[in-house]
Design a protein around this ligand. Structure first.
Ligand code: DOR
Ligand code: ZN
Length: 356
């Protein structure tokens, strides 16, 4: 029987960028419609490295939610700290105490948006990692080496071999999330790793391969990091996501950038999927004949990993085509007194599922 409707516990987005200031005010509402909670990335222009900064950012998000005039929205931001060469064990203990910080994020310095303050040598983080292992604080990993001599399509695989495998041996009890995996080698690593080493998978890496960056010309809205890979890798990701394994769960990596910052001679990395995230995932699971596995992937496995209860709210998805807008309002650029736009994933095309 073909399913035309599915109701699930309101999902969690376990990897999300919402920025701050004007941009935050716009994008947070898209996520709050789709998700009950989200792990909030700390790569702001001024990285969120200290507990006080995370507390202020948490407040800013809650304020943006209530200012949006959606009093019925009950959305919980799950905060993270940005790991640096100088993060102390004391900061980890404070983060644990705070009750609002759920993980630390490792950006290799220079790997992606706002990662200049990232880690230059993983051994510099050993005092912090020791404390994290001790208190059960997960490490979220942007898994790419930054050596410009390594081919961009190999950077995830090389990271797994040269950094992640030794790291997981040095800290055998450390909870690790390999974020936004893009390769069959990442799936193989996760499948063979201990139970507390897991991965998130984005909708875009499940839906398109690297040809989508070059369809008829260069497509800046299909550029993200880690960059899209070959079809064989996409197929390995679909298999992992729809396998029913608790080691794989939902993380959109929705990463908003204004239209002009994407459509540029040096365009920013990131796709904006928050607007239609669950519709996109439903399409993937339907095509794989695995709609019955969607709820665990989207609403249970991530929550279990982070030790959170399943939410009581529900969402319904219906098999129903709709047109994705060409653009959405984004931040107001006060310097230019003009309104910025953001281009959502699938802009000007259709989605075959609709969220209710
Ligand atoms: O495409 C990406 N965009 N990948 C990342 O790792 C960061 C993100 C962003 O913050 O823009
Ligand atoms: Zn990200």
């Amino acid at each position: 029987m073909t399913m035309t409707q599915i109701t699930l516990s309101k999902p969690d987005d376990m990897h999300l960028h919402v920025r701050n200031g004007e941009a935050l005010k716009r994008v947070i509402h898209d996520t709050a419609k789709q998700f009950a909670r989200a792990i909030i990335m700390p790569n702001l222009a001024t990285p969120v490295t200290q507990v006080e900064q995370a507390q202020a950012y948490h407040q800013e998000i809650l304020q943006a939610l209530s200012d949006g005039g959606h009093p019925d929205v009950d959305f919980h931001p799950l905060m993270t700290l940005y790991l640096t060469d100088n993060t102390t064990a004391e900061t980890i203990y404070q983060a644990k105490e705070s009750g609002i910080i759920h993980a630390l994020k490792l950006y290799p310095a220079g790997a992606t948006t706002n990662s200049d303050a990232g880690v230059t040598d993983i051994t510099n983080t050993y005092p912090a990692l020791t404390a994290m292992q001790e208190v059960g604080m997960p490490l979220l990993v942007h898994g790419e080496v930054t050596d410009p001599h390594i081919d961009i399509f190999d950077r995830e695989y090389v990271f797994i071999e040269t950094i992640l495998k030794p790291l997981s041996k040095a800290f055998p009890a450390l909870k690790i999330v390999l974020e936004h995996i893009t390769t069959k080698q990442a799936v193989e690593f996760i499948d063979n790793a201990a139970d507390h080493i897991v991965a998130t998978i984005t909708a875009h890496h499940l839906l398109i391969n690297r040809n989508a960056i070059f369809t008829g010309g260069i497509r800046p809205h299909h550029y993200c990091l880690p960059v899209l890979k070959r079809e064989e890798h996409r197929l390995a990701l679909v298999k992992a996501a729809t396998s029913g394994s608790p080691k794989y769960f939902l993380g959109t990596d929705s990463a908003p950038h204004a239209q002009h910052a994407k459509e540029s001679a040096c365009g920013c990395a990131g796709m904006y999927t928050a607007f239609n995230a669950m519709e996109l995932y439903a399409e993937v699971f339907e095509k794989a004949n695995a709609l019955d596995k969607l709820e665990d992937f989207a609403s249970s496995y991530g929550a279990n990993f982070y030790g959170l209860p399943k939410t009581e709210k529900q969402i319904t998805l219906k098999k129903e085509s709709w047109d994705v807008p060409h653009d959405l309002p984004y931040a107001t650029d006060t310097t230019k007194e003009s309104d910025e736009k953001i281009i959502p994933f699938r802009a000007g095309e259709q989605c075959s599922w609709k969220l209710y």
